[in-house]
Each structure stands twice: as structure tokens, then as C-alpha cells.
Design a protein around this ligand. Structure first.
Ligand SMILES: NC(=O)C1=CN([C@@H]2O[C@H](COP(=O)(O)OP(=O)(O)OC[C@H]3O[C@@H](n4cnc5c(N)ncnc54)[C@H](O)[C@@H]3O)[C@@H](O)[C@H]2O)[C@@H](O)CC1
Ligand SMILES: Nc1ncnc2c1ncn2[C@@H]1O[C@H](COP(=O)(O)OP(=O)(O)O)[C@@H](O)[C@H]1O
Ligand SMILES: [K+]
Length: 531
């Protein structure tokens, strides 16, 4: 399990050590980890260390202090290191160490800006240590101009020197992942004490690149995480397995209310997703013409034109491929939501929801659908606003609806109404293909039908009570993402169609379940790259 914390949580965890006068020790550890990451990455790129050029962009706070101490380590290893001081002050200890190690110090002025930007753009490595968890808003003034100029020069000259963010890319909000003003997109972010939630939510995740967590000794003081990411070993523990005497009904039946005359394929894809994700049986409810197509494509599915009350299931999937005029289907969707069974409500069901829901109802909007949901709730957010602040948006949606909300995207976020949050980024951009979301809804529906009642499975992982609905949705997103990736890899990295995601899923399930080595789960994932 990867765990993430807000900047405030990490700063609070530092407090007892700062009170013991260990502030400088923490900074040295952070800086050493940062410098080691730069060295390792340059080596893996085949660069010579001695004589290579490093530019450290330094702010006036402790983040700049980390950068200066890291620069001192690198200068001591024979790297030609320049610190660009962007503020009117710099961490005194860090600056002294940097100068002692032979680093060159430049103050950022408007006159020097073009030359310093060119130097940074052409460097073998740039360390971005302007702002960390103490940032209030984004980069402004000459620091912002410098970042713009470095980015423009790198683009124009096709430069690809290593970009490393210290703790977080400067200008990214540590808690929300929102970007105010220009941000230098990092290849690697070396973050201290624990991953920050903003690094695991878009757009922060876009700018963070690969995230490495460096332990600095505050970890035992960290509270319960603000966000989690399921890894393979967690998935292995959560995936249901049929008992020896299982029969199809005991394994879980999913009722699917999806598809319409206009979008019959969505019903097929949702059923294929569900069948691939281990459910005992799928019952399809919908118009006869759609049911015919479902039967032809998935003969395993039992189809009917009946009502929700007439069909016994353990969970419902409603909404994929349904429009506002599919009145009969929308009635079924509303009945399913009112049934007290777990429900995944997708696409066309989202506009038809009652005002107040419960955590066992999992909504699966993409950013555009979430913006529409907000508009119906009386908020002005548009798609761009949701995409600019995905974590805040998904949390707000969960609080406002009372449901568990899964926001789809390159990073998929899941929020429970009272705060449990998951972030999964297991997929490939090839997943952005029509019908992909229908398969995801099927997978989540199948998991709800199988695992919704099994509370113990989740508490073992520290996920309490109704938080399991969010965990199930995250598990679905993780399986779907990995299946899509595997399908693309089987095509040598080429494109996939939505049906291929369902086809690839059973093998992913099998491979993940084979990971019965729980020792691996217990390993400290903080020392591992997040992706
Ligand atoms: N507290 C500690 O002992 C440790 C802190 N660490 C580092 O310290 C960082 C936090 O340090 P700070 O609290 O000093 O905060 P930062 O270094 O993130 O920035 C704070 C400074 O920047 C200024 N500032 C804030 N927003 C600004 C903006 N938008 N534009 C320009 N200037 C702005 C503030 O006035 C303040 O002087 C962490 O991100 C981490 O890198 C690590 O060294 C580990 C130990
Ligand atoms: N850039 C991306 N990288 C990885 N996964 C993505 C990306 N864009 C979308 N996805 C995933 O693909 C799926 C798309 O779902 P959705 O937008 O509902 O598609 P559709 O409505 O066509 O079925 C979601 O699971 C989403 O998380
Ligand atoms: K930074």
C-alpha cells in the first residue's frame, strides 16, 4: 500500500523532532536522499558524474535549504553546481555548506535571467527547490519568469536534461495537486517523510513524474494516511476467491441495467467487464433488442425485460449507455439505487440520481460528467475546473452526494463521503477509448456483488466500515488499468479497443492473486518508486 499525507500532516509529524533540535538532521537526510536520486538517475542515463553540470533553483525557505545541501553533496562529488537564489534570502546553513563544497552562487535578477535560464536548460540536471510544503499559491515574479524561460528554451532546443523536484514540483499545492502559475514538469520527484497527496492527484501527478519517497525519521509520527494507493499485494488480499463449495449464487450475482436502442454496445461491454471480473452470474435487464445483442455476444448472461424487484442480485450496475429519454431503464436505475444493495451508477444514471445517496452507491463520472453533476447541485464548475483540481472535486462530490465517487482519468481518484481517498494510476493512455468506462463499470459491479459483504477482508488492510466501497472501486480501477496496460503490451504497446480490456482481465486477476506472499505486502513501500 502506498500512503500519502497532506503537507500539514507531514509538518505536524516533523514537530516532535524539530522540538528536539533535529531540524538540521532532517534536512541533511532529505538532502542526501535527493542528491542520491540525482546521482542514480544520471548514472542510469549513462552520464558521467564528474564535471556534469547541475543547476539548483533555490527558494528562501527550507525547501531551498534541502536543495542547497543536496547541491553541496553533488559539488563534493565533482559536479559543476550552480545555485540560483530566487528569493531575497536563502537558508544560511545550506548556503554555507554549498559554498564550502565549491558550488557557485548566482542571484536571480531580471538582467541575469536569460543567461541563467539558458544555463539551466542546458544543464545535465536541474533541482527544483524553490517552494515546498510551505508554499502559499504558485510561483510569482522573477521565479515564475525563470521557470517559463527554462521550459521555453528546453522545448526550443530539444533539451532533455534531468529535472528533479525537491519534495514537490514548485507551484504544486502539496495537499490538492493544483497548479497555480507555471510549474517545471519533473522527471522525478524526491519527496520526504511520506508522499504528499498532491503528488498522487492530477494535475500534480502530471508534473511530479516518478515519485520517490525518502525516509527522514518522522514516519512513526505520521497519522493515518489521507490517501492510499493499492499495490499488487493489496489487490491480492482484496480479490475474492471462490470457496471449494461455491455455487454461482453464493459467488455473487450482478444485475446490469445498461444500454439503450442508441447505445446497445455499452450493455455488452459492461457485461463483458463483469464476466471477466469473477462474478457468479450476470442478469441483464433492458430493451429486447439490446438483450438480443447481449445474448449473442455473451451467452453466459441471463436476460430479462422485468423489473428490479423481480430480480434477485447482490449488486446492481446502472447507467452505462443510457440516455435521458430511456424512461424504462431510468426507472430501473432509480429502483436499483433505492434497493439498499450496492450499486455502481455510471454515465446515463448520473443525471437521474436522488439528491442524497449512501456510500454503497459508487458513482463513476469522468471529469465532464462530474462537472454536470456539480451544475445540477447548483455549482458553477465546468470540466476544466474539475480537471484543474481533481482531488478537491472528487471529495466535494462525495460529501455533497453522500455516495462514494470515482473520478476517471489518467489518475483515477476515489473518495468516500467522510474522507477515505484512493488514487490509482495503473493504466495507459490507450485506455481513453470509447466503451472503456462501460467495462470499468462492469468490473466494479462484479466486485461489489462478490466482496461487498466481506467487511473483514478490508479491515485487515486498515480500511474501516463503509470505506470498503471506495476500496472496491479502487480495486476495480486497478484491475481495469492493469488489464488495459497488459492488452496494449500484448500489442507491443499499440492501441486497444474496450473489449480487449475485458479479455485481458482474467489473466491479470490470476497473476495478482498468485501473489500470496503477504511478506511482500508488509515490506516498506516507502522506499519504492510509486510508479
Ligand atoms: N521542517 C523541516 O524540518 C523539514 C522541512 N523540509 C523541507 O522544507 C520544506 C518546507 O519548508 P518551509 O516551511 O520553509 O517552506 P518552503 O520552503 O516551501 O517555502 C516557504 C518560503 O517561501 C515563501 N513563499 C511561500 N509561498 C510563496 C510563493 N508563492 N512565492 C514566493 N515565495 C513564497 C515563504 O514566505 C517562505 O519564506 C519542505 O517542502 C521540505 O522540502 C525537509 O528539509 C525536511 C525537514
Ligand atoms: N490518459 C489516460 N490514461 C490512463 N487511463 C485513462 C486515460 N484517460 C482515460 N482513462 C481511463 O479510461 C476509462 C475511460 O472511461 P470513460 O471516459 O467513461 O470512457 P467511455 O465513456 O468511452 O466508456 C476510465 O477508466 C479512465 O480512467
Ligand atoms: K520544490
Amino acid at each position: 500500500m502506498i500512503t500519502a499525507y497532506t503537507g500539514t500532516q507531514v509538518r505536524a509529524a516533523e514537530e516532535p523532532l524539530l522540538a528536539d533540535g533535529l531540524g538540521d538532521v532532517l534536512m541533511q537526510r532529505a538532502a542526501y536522499g535527493l542528491a542520491a536520486a540525482v546521482v542514480n538517475e544520471l548514472k542510469s542515463r549513462g552520464s558521467r558524474l564528474n564535471g556534469s553540470r547541475v543547476v539548483v533553483l533555490v527558494g528562501k525557505g527550507n525547501n531551498g535549504g534541502d536543495g542547497l545541501y543536496a547541491g553541496a553533496f553533488l559539488a563534493a562529488r565533482g559536479m559543476r553546481t550552480t545555485a540560483v537564489l530566487t528569493g531575497n534570502a536563502a537558508h544560511p546553513g545550506g548556503l554555507a555548506a554549498f559554498e564550502r563544497a565549491g558550488g557557485r552562487v548566482q542571484r536571480l535578477t531580471e538582467a541575469e535571467l536569460p543567461a541563467l535560464a539558458a544555463e539551466a536548460a542546458g544543464a545535465d540536471a536541474v533541482i527544483d527547490a524553490v517552494l515546498g510544503t510551505g508554499a502559499k499559491g504558485g510561483l510569482r515574479g522573477s521565479a515564475a519568469h525563470l521557470i517559463d524561460a527554462i521550459t521555453a528554451t528546453r522545448d526550443a532546443e530539444h533539451r532533455d536534461g534531468l529535472l528533479v523536484a525537491c519534495d514537490l514540483p514548485s507551484g504544486i499545492d502539496a495537499d490538492t495537486g493544483e497548479a497555480a502559475g507555471p510549474v517545471l514538469p519533473a522527471d522525478i520527484t524526491v519527496t520526504f517523510g511520506g508522499a504528499k497527496t498532491g503528488l498522487l492527484a492530477d494535475p500534480g501527478a502530471d508534473y511530479a513524474g516518478r515519485v520517490l519517497v525518502v525516509e527522514i525519521g518522522i514516519e512513526e509520527h505520521l497519522p493515518a494516511p489521507s490517501m492510499r494507493r493499492l499495490e499488487e499485494a493489496d489487490m491480492a488480499r482484496l480479490l475474492p476467491h471462490p470457496s471449494r463449495r461455491a455455487q454461482k449464487y453464493s459467488r455473487g450475482v450482478l444485475g446490469v441495467v445498461a444500454g439503450s436502442e442508441n447505445y446497445p454496445g455499452a450493455a455488452v461491454l459492461a457485461c463483458r467487464g463483469a464476466l471477466a471480473a469473477g462474478v457468479g452470474m450476470v442478469r441483464y435487464l433492458g430493451p429486447p433488442s439490446v438483450a438480443d445483442l447481449v445474448r449473442q455476444s455473451c451467452p453466459e448472461v441471463v436476460c430479462s425485460t422485468g423489473t428490479v424487484a423481480e430480480n434477485r442480485v447482490q449488486a446492481w450496475l446502472v447507467g452505462s449507455g443510457m440516455g435521458p429519454h430511456d424512461h424504462e431503464q431510468l426507472t430501473r436505475a432509480r429502483d436499483a439505487i433505492a434497493s439498499d444493495l450496492p450499486v455502481v451508477a455510471d454515465a446515463g444514471a448520473l443525471p437521474a440520481l436522488p439528491a442524497m445517496l449512501a456510500p454503497h452507491v459508487v458513482l463513476t463520472p469522468h471529469a465532464g460528467e462530474l462537472a454536470s453533476l456539480f451544475q445540477r447541485l447548483g455549482h458553477g464548475e465546468d470540466r476544466e475546473a474539475v480537471e484543474a483540481g481533481t482531488l478537491a472535486a472528487v471529495r466535494q462530490a462525495a460529501v455533497r452526494t453522500g455516495a462514494t465517487v470515482l473520478l476517471k482519468g489518467a489518475t483515477t481518484l476515489v473518495a468516500a463521503p467522510w474522507g477515505t481517498t484512493f488514487s490509482q494510476a495503473d493504466g495507459t493512455p490507450w485506455l481513453a477509448t470509447a466503451g472503456s468506462g462501460d467495462v470499468l463499470a462492469g468490473v466494479i459491479g462484479a466486485l461489489l456483488a462478490q466482496a461487498g459483504a466481506d467487511v473483514g477482508r478490508f479491515t485487515d488492510l486498515g480500511i474501516e466500515g463503509d470505506g470498503r466501497w471506495a476500496a472496491i472501486a479502487a480495486l476495480g480501477a486497478a484491475l481495469h488499468g492493469r488489464a488495459g496496460k497488459a492488452a496494449s503490451e500484448a500489442a507491443s504497446g499499440g492501441p486497444i479497443a474496450a473489449g480487449g480490456i475485458a479479455d485481458a482481465l482474467p489473466e491479470i486477476w490470476g497473476k495478482v492473486s498468485m501473489l500470496s506472499n503477504y511478506g511482500a505486502w508488509k515490506r516498506n513501500s516507502h522506499s519504492q518508486p510509486l510508479r
